[in-house]
Write a protein that binds this ligand. Structure first.
Ligand SMILES: NC(=O)c1ccc[n+]([C@@H]2O[C@H](COP(=O)([O-])OP(=O)(O)OC[C@H]3O[C@@H](n4cnc5c(N)ncnc54)[C@H](OP(=O)(O)O)[C@@H]3O)[C@@H](O)[C@H]2O)c1
Length: 257
């Protein structure tokens, strides 16, 4: 594990929700590689343990916390356990999210609509509520929320339920940034486009088929790699982004350009 002078997060504590897979795992590993102690949260213990195993195998420190970000008591306990284990909370990445309710708006099932809003919007708000409370009382911090280019930045048919939830994450980020920069908490968002995780695969689609589709659908001709999204998150969380407040950085192969 590199903890050289180029490591931006040495001795800092980072919490990543949805850290057991996909973008969240890549983000957690990237922070750990730059010296951070990283807590990962989600609903599936074995996925979180795998992420922690990868962090530890590279010489870092990780903590797995099973928590459902839609449940207030579990989110409160998640922040508390992270602080107890690592002595603070400097950075939080609210990445946990789901994709549901694909199809035209009149055909979206009520249950899918509710689950999307509960997970993607309420979950991010709840996490911020407890993260900010801690950071505000302990000298500040940085938060990065994971929205999507399909929220505030780009419109395509048949994903309006998901897009609505992610547009709300963008709005929530900018509003929270204004509300809490005076408390020393710097809040920004990253809005990825189709990225190299299972979420961007259509039902039954292989990675090779997705690659062909991306050649046609994106200006760049490919998905964003998870490390490319993680790099944006680390920048926004770093001291170099000290004057970046309430921005919403699109990493989407040019799709929303
Ligand atoms: N991949 C893309 O193309 C893409 C594009 C734009 C935006 N995004 C966003 O990026 C984020 C990460 O997505 P991904 O592609 O990495 O997909 P993923 O692998 O499915 O990751 C989502 C993570 O969120 C966790 N999660 C879901 N509901 C949760 C809940 N209620 N409580 C706690 N954890 C929960 C999941 O773990 P458990 O199920 O174990 O809880 C999972 O680890 C999401 O917010 C997604 O909307 C992805």
């Amino acid at each position: 594990m590199s903890t050289t002078s180029t490591a931006r997060f040495t001795d800092r504590t980072v919490l990543v929700t949805g850290g057991g897979s996909g973008l969240g795992r890549a983000i957690a590993l990237a922070f750990a590689a730059e010296g951070a102690k990283v807590a990962v949260a989600g609903r599936t213990a074995h996925s979180l343990d795998e992420t922690v195993g990868l962090i530890e195998a590279a010489g870092g420190r990780g903590l797995a916390v099973v928590a459902d970000t839609t449940r207030p008591a579990e989110v409160e306990a998640l922040v508390r356990r992270t602080v107890e284990a690592f002595g603070g909370l400097d950075v939080a990445v609210n990445n946990a999210g789901i994709l549901r309710g694909v199809g035209p708006v009149a055909e979206v099932a009520h249950a899918d609509w509710q689950e999307l809003l509960e997970t993607n919007v309420t979950g991010v708000w709840l996490a911020m509520k407890h993260e900010i409370a801690h950071m505000k009382a302990h000298g500040g911090g940085a938060i990065v929320n994971i929205a999507s280019n399909l929220g505030a930045h780009r419109r395509i048919p048949n994903v309006v339920a998901y897009a609505t939830s992610k547009a709300a994450v963008s709005a929530l980020t900018r509003g929270a940034a204004l509300d809490h920069i005076g408390d020393g908490v710097r809040i920004n968002a990253v809005s990825p486009g189709a990225s190299a995780t299972s979420m961007s695969l259509r039902p039954g689609e292989s990675e090779a088929q997705r690659a062909d589709r991306m050649k046609a659908e994106t200006p760049l001709g490919r998905v964003a790699q998870v490390a490319e999204v993680a790099a944006a998150v680390l920048y926004l969380a770093s001291d170099a982004a000290g004057a970046v407040v309430g921005t919403d950085l699109v990493i989407d192969s040019g799709s929303a350009a």
